[in-house]
Design a protein around this ligand. Structure first.
Ligand SMILES: Cc1cc2nc3c(=O)[nH]c(=O)nc-3n(C[C@H](O)[C@H](O)[C@H](O)COP(=O)(O)OP(=O)(O)OC[C@H]3O[C@@H](n4cnc5c(N)ncnc54)[C@H](O)[C@@H]3O)c2cc1C
Length: 388
């Protein structure tokens, strides 16, 4: 067994680490100030342009995109290192293009869709969203009722979507809809590429989330989508959607390692400096336990996440592993960040340290892309050999 990143991937991880320290962490106080003022956590267009220019110059765009469309085709293990470094800051920044929809397009797009959607996306010219969740179907997408009906060469989509990140800003949304109802079993669902300005794609409201981001509710009202914009085969949308979800889940586990490592570093720096009742906090057993527990869990998180990424790169079935890391890494990081907040006392309760924003990010991550309880259930179900 070999758990070391290759020399080349270690150099990439170090480069991203330096980029995060030099470019993103200096922006953290502005992001926290905006979030404290109730404006949400975001980089403004000037900041984004400046950071994009540096990341592009450093060759950090299209890391896991196919070479034939200008990417570097890096394996999942390399991306774990990259995302771990990006997770070390509360600044919301994604190296273009965001991997989950990229991977879904890579597995499902035909030639025309690659030219129209994948290639501009890889070049960082477009942003995308994913529309799966509905008011009546979240953790269990099989309960989806948004319906696409064929009309000549087109599809007419009707239904409701909710909690859709970036839906109002995205150039296109990959929208999941039922295309064939099956009264005896699971409905067959398909994916569609829906442009933002498509008539009938109506953004109803913006919903502020506790991590400073926003999601949107959308109504699909006789939304007409040309037939060639069906992504993948009719009724076969579930498998590419799982590729997308799996990619996000491993990314989230990697971000969680980054957030937990930052919290651990902050605890290790602070504990010897603060004295109470005549002794530094670092002399207290509880504080030592928090530190050793964090270091141990971070070690476990890394081993599990690299193992899962390696298995994905080998083409193995990782359904259980993905659920294990999605649940374990995020729940562990949430606890580690919480211990750091506790150790900082009142300072840990301010909006001046990045810890509260990390905590709120992790809090939302315990829900999206599958709540922890659902991932735990997936693992148990596999072991028990049951479907219930
Ligand atoms: C910040 C954020 C961003 C999001 N972005 C998007 C997006 O871009 N696109 C999109 O499509 N969706 C998005 N979502 C939606 C997200 O994927 C869903 O919220 C999630 O799948 C849970 O669905 P739900 O909220 O309907 O909860 P429900 O399905 O109602 O579940 C509620 C709770 O019940 C429990 N539970 C459910 N099933 C089980 C089970 N089998 N065993 C044990 N416990 C169970 C869990 O504790 C769960 O948290 C986002 C959500 C958030 C919070």
């Amino acid at each position: 067994m070999h758990f070391e990143l290759s020399h080349e991937h270690t150099m990439l991880k170090d480069l991203v680490g330096k980029f995060v320290r030099d470019q993103l962490i200096p922006l953290e106080s502005s992001v926290l100030a905006r979030e404290s003022a109730g404006q949400g956590s975001y980089l403004n267009p000037d900041e984004t342009a400046a950071v994009d220019a540096v990341s592009r110059e450093l060759g950090l765009w299209g890391l896991d995109a196919p070479e034939e469309v200008g990417g570097m085709n890096l394996p999942m293990v390399a991306m774990v290192g990259v995302n771990e470094e990006l997770g070390r800051t509360a600044v919301p920044y994604t190296l273009p293009p965001d991997s989950p929809n990229l991977r879904m397009l890579m597995v499902a797009a035909d030639e025309r869709q690659r030219a129209a959607y994948l290639e501009p996306y890889v070049r960082g010219e477009t942003i995308s969203a994913i529309g799966i969740s509905e008011p009546g179907a979240g953790a269990d997408p099989a309960g989806m009722t948004t319906l696409a009906v064929e009309d000549g060469d087109d599809w007419i989509i009707n239904g409701r979507k909710i909690w859709i990140t970036r839906a109002a800003e995205a150039d296109f949304t990959i929208l999941m809809a039922v295309t064939d109802r099956n009264p005896a079993g699971r409905n067959a669902m398909s994916a569609f590429l829906v442009d933002r300005d498509t008539p009938g794609f109506n953004v109803l409201r913006k919903i502020p989330m506790i991590d400073g981001t926003a999601t949107y509710e959308i109504a699909l009202e006789d939304c007409r989508v040309p037939g060639w914009k069906m992504l993948g085969q009719r009724g076969q949308g579930f498998a590419p959607m799982q590729v997308r979800l799996g990619t996000r889940r491993i990314e989230m586990a990697s971000w969680a390692i980054g957030m937990a490592s930052r919290a651990l570093d902050m605890m290790v720096d602070y504990a010897p400096q603060r004295t109470t009742f005549g002794k530094p906090l670092s002399a207290r057993q509880t504080v030592q336990n928090w530190i050793s527990d964090a270091a141990t869990k971070i070690h476990a998180m890394r081993l599990m996440t690299y193992d899962c990424a390696w298995k994905i790169d080998e083409g193995r079935d990782t359904r259980s592993e993905i659920s294990m890391i999605k649940s374990f890494c995020i729940e562990s990081a949430y606890e580690i960040v919480d211990h750091a907040m506790q150790m900082f006392g009142a300072m840990g309760m301010t909006r001046e340290l990045p810890l509260y924003l990390m905590s709120n990010k992790l809090r939302t991550m315990r829900i999206y892309d599958g709540p922890s309880e659902v991932h735990n259930w997936v693992v148990a179900r596999q072991l028990l050999g049951t479907r219930e």
